[in-house]
Design a binder for this molecule. Structure first.
Ligand code: SP5
Ligand code: ZN
Length: 394
């Protein structure tokens, strides 16, 4: 090294140091503009349990035909990869006791779901009769009972329709473990929000919003969002709002809270009167009952509705939540309202989901619970967009 270089070196070093300092000062702006640098969900806690992959319904029986089905384990893998790539912090779901489930569901439904596969298998239905999944064929509706009380049933194939209301919500060997894991994910997310985290997302699978106090269907078994909402109430939130942006009406969540003023339910969904699931529920005149009168809001939309009208409906619900007041929220985050989704005729874009996230995130702390969303190629981007909208308020 020459003397000249020795002299030059300190100046160069000073220049480099200055340049580095300047770059550091500019870094925050660059990070916001460049998702790759840190990720648009950087720091967002995401709750996940491997057992959510163990539910393999292997299709659905729809109108008498066993079809491939869209509520597949790959949905959860895709979501996990997408949030990881966007920089989220993935945390394990923690086990919770049965009490948190009994808070919204009849103990008999829970016991039924926990044991039905075992009974089916022991009964020889898979091995002896080629019935590889639990599919009910008789349902004890009010009409069947004709006013008589429900009595215990001897045959397992008679028992399996006891709490189920459709033929497309099948049960297999790992289903119960997944159902429980999804509820644990929602409960873990609620724990974090109750402890002061502004937003937490739970990758719940199977989804939950079609499961009622003593009923399951619509690919849902236990109502993860309702379980989270009830947990938030127990942990001190006086007023909780559930905002459901899944393409379908969340008949289960509505039924669970229909007579309660402390848990508001608002849903934007494809109009059941236009011929869409769940057909029997989800109309605009369902406003709650008794003390819950006014704490339920449905905004059914015509098939073909896109961002502008969908967001206007989300805004209407958000305005109502704001005027009623809320301490914490649960968002039933279904992304099946997206244009590419095979299960709904709504035409919402990823940017629409981002804006919905922003509207909801402004209202308070949020537990985001995964519901539907079935287009495996766009699913990840849609959920990341919605969550990044929520994160505007972190
Ligand atoms: C959680 C959730 O989004 N559940 C959706 C339940 C509605 N499923 C209705 C299925 C109707 C049969 N699917 C036929 C698909 C044809 N493309
Ligand atoms: Zn849906």
């Amino acid at each position: 090294m020459t003397t000249e270089q020795e002299h030059a070196a300190p100046d160069e070093a000073a220049e480099q140091f200055e340049a580095a300092e300047q770059a550091e000062a500019e870094e925050p702006t660059e990070l916001v503009e460049e998702p790759e640098a840190k990720g648009e969900l950087a720091g967002l806690p995401v709750i996940w349990h491997q057992d959510c992959l163990r539910h393999e319904p292997d299709g659905e029986v729809w109108l008498g035909v066993w079809e491939k089905g869209t509520e597949v384990p790959e949905r959860a893998s895709v979501l996990l990869s997408a949030v990881r790539a966007a920089g989220a912090a993935v945390l394990d779901a923690q086990p919770h006791g049965i009490a948190a489930l009994v808070a919204v569901h009849d103990a008999e439904l829970i016991a039924h779901l926990a044991s039905i596969w075992q009974r089916w298998e022991t009964g020889g239905y898979p091995a002896d009769h080629g019935r590889t999944r639990v599919v009910p064929y008789i349902f004890p509706t009010a009409g069947l009972l004709g006013g008589l009380p429900l009595r215990p049933v001897t045959a397992v194939h008679g028992q399996v329709g006891r709490f189920c209301y459709d033929t497309m919500t099948l049960v297999g060997p790992g289903s119960w473990e997944a159902i429980r894991a999804a509820a644990d994910a929602a409960l873990t997310a609620a724990d974090l929000v109750a402890a002061g985290t502004r937003q937490v997302y739970a990758i719940c699978r199977p989804p939950g919003h079609h499961a009622g106090p003593d009923s399951y269907g619509g690919s849902c078994y236990l109502n993860n969002a309702a379980i989270a909402a009830a947990a938030l109430r127990r942990k001190g939130a006086e007023r909780v709002a559930v905002i459901d942006i899944d393409a379908h009406h969340g008949n289960g969540t509505q039924a669970i809270f229909y007579d309660r003023p402390d848990v508001y339910y608002g849903s934007v969904h494809v109009d059941p009167d236009a011929g869409w699931f769940p057909h029997y529920v989800g109309r605009a005149d369902e406003r709650g009952t008794g003390p819950g009168e006014g704490a339920n809001r449905n905004v059914p939309l015509a098939p073909g509705t896109g961002d502008a009208d969908w967001l206007a409906a989300v805004r209407l619900i958000c305005d109502e939540v704001r005027s009623r007041g809320t301490d914490a929220l649960v968002v039933s985050l279904g992304v099946d309202a997206a244009a590419a989704d095979p299960e709904s005729p709504l035409l919402v874009s990823a940017d629409g989901y981002r804006q919905a996230g922003e509207l909801i995130g402004a209202l308070g702390p949020v537990v985001a619970v995964q519901e539907g969303g079935y287009d495996l190629t766009s699913l990840g981007d849609l959920v990341v967009a919605a969550l990044s909208g929520l994160r505007r308020w972190s």
